[in-house]
Design a binder for this molecule. Structure first.
Ligand code: AMP
Length: 364
């Protein structure tokens, strides 16, 4: 079987690594020379909207998937005319636009923060008459890791905030005072079979994920499963999806979803019986899905902008290191490490060590 991946970064790299034991081959389409997956796959080097390359990709593979959601939706639609594309392009289209995404959540009775569409400074001023401060102004498109976002604290700030998002179409939403941020990762097969991973509790700083920890037997697991299954069914979704949620006094408010494997699920490589990457492949190749059960206590720590010596990570008991073959640059995710143990005390100590190491080399 041959899988095409739009994007050749670390997510494609980890999908490819999960596919090797199943004898799956990969072709990645990526504009850069040194993307993390190119040493593991055939590389079609060029732009995402180069129709000659897209046609070549469609011709050579059984199914196309993507590793990031900012692939132009027209590209996924073009490919879908020539080959199987999973998840289907409509999931990509909804997730690419924060307004459509929020409207979609509402249609499905999945709660969100109060929000309003904003296309001008006047829209923003009007919306802030009924949305309370603090609030967040977010560009509708191309936002990730907190990019294209500004926190609004008072009416005096609105004009400057509107300039700072470069006057693009936005949503403004109420700031949610959550107790914790979690995500649920689920996988759906073409026949409708769904498996869910245990919730992941996620710590962000400066809008970037730092730590994701698997929550075993979380009391809100079922609520998250109910929400994500609504999304999966409404989108007739195939593959891995991640739904990010805010926990406010034991009730979830949806933030966003990602139609792909997700950074908050990297702990599943060592920490679950079947990783999110393998289950994504199983789903898009219509193979039986694997158990998502956690293997003990487990978490992941991201390395951003800088990296400690590999040895110092592997010195930590129960730690596993995952390098992305990327050069370090400010704010760039260059690696992650996971920790997994059946012993809670050892696990907690090792996780603490990893977090300290990540902080000591952080450049974000
Ligand atoms: P996003 O790009 O929407 O995932 O936002 C990045 C991070 O900003 C989230 O993971 C939260 O930590 C924070 N954030 C986003 N939206 C809100 C909100 N409405 N209220 C509070 N924090 C938020």
């Amino acid at each position: 079987m041959k899988v095409g991946i739009l994007g050749g970064g670390q997510l494609a790299r980890m999908i490819a690594l999960a596919g090797y034991p199943l004898d799956v081959e990969f072709i990645v389409l990526d504009p850069s020379d040194d993307a993390g997956a190119v040493s593991l796959a055939e590389h079609l080097h060029g732009d995402y909207n180069d129709q000659t390359l897209l046609a070549e990709l469609a011709e050579k593979v059984d199914v196309v998937t993507y590793e990031f959601e900012n692939v132009p939706a027209e590209v996924a639609a073009f490919l879908a005319e020539h080959t199987q594309v999973y998840p289907a392009p409509n999931a990509l289209a909804v997730s690419q636009d924060r307004l459509h995404e929020k409207e979609f959540f509402h249609q499905l009775d999945i709660p969100t923060a109060h929000y309003a569409a904003v296309s001008s400074l006047e829209d923003l001023q009007q919306a802030m008459e009924y949305i309370h401060y603090p609030a967040i102004l977010k560009s509708r498109r191309m936002g990730y890791d907190g990019k294209g976002q500004v926190v609004l604290k008072s009416v005096e700030q609105l004009a400057e905030a509107w300039e700072s998002v470069e006057k693009v179409d936005c949503v403004v939403e109420a700031f949610v005072n959550f107790q914790r941020e979690v995500s649920i990762i689920a996988t759906r097969r073409p026949n409708g079979e769904v498996v869910f991973y245990p919730l992941s509790e996620n710590i962000h700083e400066k809008g970037i994920l730092r730590v994701a920890e698997c929550c075993i037997d979380d009391p809100l697991q079922k609520q998250a499963e109910e929400y994500v299954v609504k999304l999966l069914e409404a989108l007739d979704y195939v593959g891995v999806i991640a739904l990010e949620l805010f926990d406010v006094n034991g009730t979830f408010i949806a933030n966003e979803f990602a139609p792909r494997v997700h950074n908050s699920g990297h702990w599943t490589i060592e920490g679950a019986e079947t990783s999110q990457f393998e289950n994504h492949l199983r789903a898009i190749l219509d193979l039986p899905l694997g158990s998502t059960q956690a293997r003990g206590y487990t978490a992941m720590v991201n390395f951003i902008g800088g990296l400690p010596e590999t040895k110092s990570i592997l010195d930590i008991p129960h730690a596993h290191h995952h390098l992305y073959a990327k050069s370090a640059r400010k704010g760039r995710k260059v690696a992650h490490a996971t920790v997994r143990s059946d012993n809670k005390v050892q696990y907690t100590e090792s996780l603490q060590h990893l977090i300290e190491l990540a902080k000591s080399t952080d450049d974000s």
